[in-house]
Design a protein around this ligand. Structure first.
Ligand code: MN
Length: 500
C-alpha cells in the first residue's frame, strides 16, 4: 500500500505508455451482447473451484511463482462479467439524469467503456461520490481490503449464506446491502477471482451491492503491486488490462450510507475536504451520484481555519501550501485523492491534521470533526467514517489494535494513549478498554477501520488467521443504529504454522 511517493507527478502518458508497451491498448470491444450467452458458474460451483486454490500464505513463502492456478481458466469469463457490469452501470441507477446532482456525465465519455482517461484520445478523469439512503432497519454488510485473498471472500459469503443474508450470490431480502471498501487486488494471487466475485454479487444485486474505489483501483498501481503480473501469468495475451482499469472508473470514491437524515462516510482511505456532500445528501432520490469536479481543499482551508489551527505545528506551512484547489487528472495526479488515500491518527492526543511521507494526509479527531460538520446537508448529518486501508505487514500500533479489536478498530479510544502504543492484545482489551465485542456502540464523529483479510501479505506479517466483516443496522434515528462485528475462520489457514 506504500507508494514510492505520495504525490507522483508522473503524467498520465506514462500509464498510457504502459498499455502500449503491453500491446493491449487498442483492444477490440467484445461482440455486442456476447455476455448474454455467458454461462456463469453458480455459487456452489464457484466456491468449489476456489477451494482448490493454494493459499496466498503458502505461495508467499516461495521465492517466485512462475505459474498460478486460477478458478477462471479463460479471460472470456471475466470479459463477459465485465461487459455485463458496464451494461448495468449504463442502465441502472446511474442512468436517470435526475439521480445526478450537478448533471449527468456524458454518454460518450464517462459511460463509454471503450474510452478512458489513460487511453488515446483521452477523456476526462471523473471520480464520483454516491449517496445510498436505505430504509430504517436495513442491514448493510461491510468488508475491508481483500488484496487478492479469495479464500477469505468465500469464507465471508459462506457465512452470509449460512445466516440467510445471502442465497448463493443473491441477497435474500430487499433491505440487505453490501458495501466493499476497496483494494480488491494486488499483493495477493487471486485478484481476478476477487474482482469476478464482486462482479457476480453486483450483477445478482445491481442496486444493493456497491464497491468503493481504493487506492489500488488505479491503473498506475496495478502494474507495480502484482495484479497485472497475476493476470499475465493466468491469461497471457487474452488479458485486457484497459477493461479492468475502466471498471474502476465506475466505482464511487465514497458512498454516504444512511437512513433518514443520518449518514456514514464509507470509503477506502480518509477525509477529502475538497468535496463536501451536502447537496448530494439533500438530493430527493435515495440513490444519487455526483462527480467530484473541481476538488476545493484550498477553499476549505480558507473557510475553516480551525483545520489548520488543529494541525501539527511543524507541518502547518507545508499543509497550507500543499492543500489547494485542483482539477483531478488521475487518482494520484496532481494530488492524491483523499477518499482513496489518507489515514487517521490512532490516539486522541495527536494533532487534528498531519502528513506522513509515503502515506498522505493524516486526520486526527479535531480535524475529522471539522470536515464531518462541513459535510452536512440542510438536515442530513455525516456521523462518522467506515474505511480500511491503514494496514501494515509489520506489527505496529495500528495493526495491534486491529487484531485486539477483532478486525475492527475505532480510532481515538478514550482509555488508550501513546503510552500504550505497543501494548499487548490483553492490555489493549483490559487497561485500554479497546472494544472487541460483537456489538459495538456507534458514537457520533467516530472513525472505524476494517482490517485486511488474513490470507494476505499483511496476515502473514501479523500472524492472524481470522477474517472480519461488519453489519450495520440502521434505525429511524442515529441513536438506534447498531454495528455487529463478525469474525470467521479461514479454513485453509489452519494448516499454516504459527508465526507465519
Ligand atoms: Mn489501500
Amino acid at each position: 500500500m506504500r507508494p514510492r511517493r505520495s504525490h507522483p507527478r508522473k503524467p498520465i502518458a506514462q500509464a498510457l505508455l504502459l498499455w502500449l508497451a503491453l500491446g493491449l491498448a487498442q483492444s477490440a470491444p467484445a461482440a455486442q451482447g456476447s455476455y448474454h450467452s455467458t454461462r456463469y458458474p453458480d455459487y456452489a460451483q464457484w466456491r468449489a473451484a476456489c477451494a482448490k486454490l493454494p493459499s496466498n500464505r503458502a505461495l508467499l513463502g516461495q521465492v517466485a511463482v512462475a505459474r498460478l492456478d486460477t478458478a477462471l481458466p479463460s479471460f472470456a469469463e471475466v470479459d463477459g462479467a465485465l461487459r455485463a457490469a458496464f451494461d448495468l452501470f449504463q442502465n441502472g441507477s446511474m442512468n436517470p439524469a435526475g439521480n445526478w446532482v450537478g448533471g449527468k456525465p456524458k454518454a460518450d465519455e464517462f459511460f463509454n467503456p471503450n474510452r478512458a482517461y489513460f487511453l488515446n484520445p483521452p477523456i476526462p478523469f471523473q471520480p464520483f461520490a454516491q449517496k445510498l439512503q436505505v430504509p430504517p432497519g436495513s442491514e448493510v454488510t461491510f468488508h475491508g481490503d481483500f488484496h487478492g485473498d479469495i479464500h477469505s471472500f468465500i469464507a465471508m459469503l459462506d457465512s452470509l449464506n449460512q445466516t440467510g443474508t445471502l442465497d448463493g450470490f443473491r441477497l435474500a431480502k430487499p433491505n440487505r446491502y453490501m458495501v466493499f471498501l476497496g483494494d480488491y487486488t494486488d499483493r495477493g494471487n487471486y485478484g481476478i477471482e476477487v474482482l469476478y466475485t464482486l462482479l457476480r454479487l453486483k450483477l445478482a444485486n445491481p442496486e444493493q451491492v456497491f464497491m468503493a474505489r481504493g487506492n489500488h483501483e488505479d491503473v498506475q498501481m496495478i502494474p507495480r503491486y502484482g495484479f497485472i503480473a497475476e493476470c499475465q501469468k493466468k491469461y497471457g495475451n487474452q488479458f485486457n488490462p484497459a477493461l479492468i482499469g475502466r471498471l474502476y472508473d465506475f466505482f464511487p470514491v465514497v458512498v454516504y450510507v444512511g437512513s433518514g437524515t443520518d449518514f456514514v462516510q464509507c470509503n477506502h482511505g480518509g477525509m477529502e475536504p475538497g468535496f463536501l456532500p451536502g447537496a448530494l445528501l439533500d438530493a430527493k432520490s435515495p440513490v444519487a451520484y455526483q462527480l467530484l469536479g473541481q476538488v476545493t481543499g484550498g477553499t476549505f482551508l480558507t473557510k475553516h481555519p480551525g483545520l489548520l489551527a488543529s494541525a501539527d505545528a511543524a507541518r502547518r506551512h507545508f499543509l497550507k501550501t500543499t492543500i489547494r484547489d485542483y482539477k483531478p487528472l488521475a487518482p494520484m495526479s496532481p494530488m492524491i485523492n483523499g477518499f482513496m488515500w489518507n489515514d487517521f491518527t490512532v490516539f486522541a492526543s495527536e494533532p487534528g491534521l498531519g502528513y506522513m511521507e509515503g502515506r498522505g494526509f493524516v486526520y486526527g479527531k479535531a480535524g475529522t470533526r471539522i470536515v464531518l460538520d462541513a459535510s452536512a446537508g440542510t438536515k442530513a448529518k455525516v456521523r462518522g467514517v467506515f474505511r480500511a486501508h491503514q494496514h501494515s505487514s509489520a506489527v505496529n500500533p495500528m495493526m495491534r489494535r486491529l487484531i485486539a479489536g477483532k478486525g475492527l478498530f475505532r480510532h481515538w479510544h478514550e482509555h488508550d494513549s501513546l503510552a500504550h502504543a505497543n501494548a499487548s492484545v490483553a492490555v489493549l482489551r483490559s487497561a485500554c478498554k479497546l472494544e472487541h465485542g460483537t456489538e459495538r456502540p456507534l458514537k457520533d464523529g467516530s472513525v472505524w477501520t476494517f482490517n485486511v483479510s488474513p490470507d494476505s501479505y499483511y496476515g502473514r506479517g501479523n500472524s492472524y488467521k481470522f477474517d472480519t466483516y461488519g453489519v450495520l443496522t440502521t434505525g429511524e434515528v442515529f441513536a438506534d443504529w447498531k454495528l455487529r462485528v463478525v469474525n470467521q475462520a479461514v479454513l485453509i489457514l489452519e494448516s499454516i504454522p504459527a508465526g507465519q
